[in-house]
Design a protein around this ligand. Sequence first.
Ligand SMILES: Cc1ncc(COP(=O)(O)O)c(C=O)c1O
Length: 442
Amino acid sequence: MTQASMRNLTLDAAVADAEARFVAANPESQARYERATRSMPGANTRTVLHYDPFPVTLVKGEGAWVTDLDGHRYLDFLGEYTAGLYGHSEPAILDAIRGALEGGLVLGGPNKYETRLAELMCERFPAVDMVRFCNSGTEGNMMCLSLARAITGRDLVMVFSGGYHGGLYSFAGGEPSPMNAPIESVIAEYNDIDGATRLIAEHGPRLAAVILEPMMGGGGCIPADREFLQALREATERTGTLLIFDEVMTSRLAPGGLHALHGITPDLVSFGKYLGGGVTFGAFGGRMDLMARLDPRRPDALTHSGTYNNNVLTMAAGQAGLEKVFTRERVIELNARGDRLRQRLQAAADQRDVPLTVSGLGSMLCIHPTHRGPIRRPSDLAHVPYAARKLVHLELNMRGFQIARRGFMSLALPITDAEYDAFAGAFAEILDEHAQVFRGAA
Ligand SMILES: Cc1ncc(COP(=O)(O)O)c(C=O)c1O
C-alpha cells in the first residue's frame, strides 16, 4: 500500500499526516507562537485567528499575496474576513494614507475626509440617510442596538441562532455567548418565516429591534431568502420594532449593499471591514429621523462618542477606496467572479462525487466538506466534522493558499484570473487526493 493511499484510509489519519507536514514546514512560526503564548493567552489577541496546531505568523502583504515567517507565500483568499477587499497595496489607498499622515495625526476636530466619506456612504447605500463612524463592526452594532433601545424605550432584541454581530453580541453556537453585552435577547431560526414572525408578534410590545445579516457571513455564508427578509420587514413594521441589517461583511456584495439588491430597506444598518480601506473601521447609519436623534444641537440629543471615530487615516483610506477603486462597475465585476468561482468549485466536487458544498454569494464563499445539499441555517452544518474543515484548510495552506480554518473565503480586487485558476486547480487536487476520506466522513 502506498503512503498516499494509507493516509487516505480515515479522516483522522489524513489530518494527522497533513498536520505533521505543516509542523515540519513552519519551524519559525511555531517558535514565534510558543514565544507569544507567554504574553498573550493562547498566543492570541483575536480569537478567530487561532487554529491548531498553530497559526502561521505573517510578515508581509503585497497585492493579493501574503508571506509568512518561514518564507512561504500565499495567495490571499481569506481577504482579512472581508476587510482586505483592496488587497495589501492598492496605490490609491496607500497614497491617501500617506497624504493623511503628512497632514498630521490626532487633530482633535472635524476633518475634511469624514465629510466626503459620509457623503459617499449616503449616496451608495439606499437605507442610509445619515451615517456616523466608529472603530469596529462590533461598535457599529452596539450603537444600532443602543439607539434602537433608547428611541423605542423597549429592552428586548431578536437575533438569529448562529448569528455573529461582534465579540460582544454573538450567538455563534446557537446560544448567547457568555461574553455578550447584557442585552436580553430572543433567538429565532434563520430563514424560518413562520417562527420568526410569530416571535415578533408575541414579543412585539417589548421588542426594540430585530438584527440580522442579510447573508450570514461567519455563520457559513448562508444567504437569507428575499421573502424571509420581506416578512421580517412587514412584521417589524406591525409592532413598531426597528429592523437592523448587519452589513459589516455583506455591504460589498452589491453596489448598494445587500439590502439594495433585495430591495428591502432596514431602519438601521451597521458597517465595517473594507469600508475603512483596510484601516480600523466601523459605522452605522439609517433613517433620517432615527439618526437625527444624535444631532448635538438638539436638546434631547443622544450621545455617541469615540476618540478615534474620525481618525484621518481611516477616513482618508475609506474615501479613496469608495471614490477611486470600488466603483459600481468593480463591485459587480468582483461579485460575478466570486459567483463563477463558487460554481466552479461546486462543479469540481460534484463531478468527483465528493460530498462538499460551497455556499455564499458573490465575493464571499464558504467550503463545507462532507455536507451535501441546501444550507438554510447554521444548524444544518452541525454534522460537519471539524477535522474535515482542518484537512481542507491545511492542504490549501501547504499549496500556498490562505483561507479561514472554517472554510470562509472573501475575494480581493487584485486576484487575477490566472490566480483564480490556480486556486481551482489546487482545490481539485485536494478533492482527488481525499475523495475517499470525505466520503467516509460524510
Ligand atoms: C457580521 C459581522 N458583524 C460584526 C462584526 C464585528 O466587526 P469587528 O470585528 O470590526 O468588530 C463582524 C466581524 O467579523 C461580522 O462578521
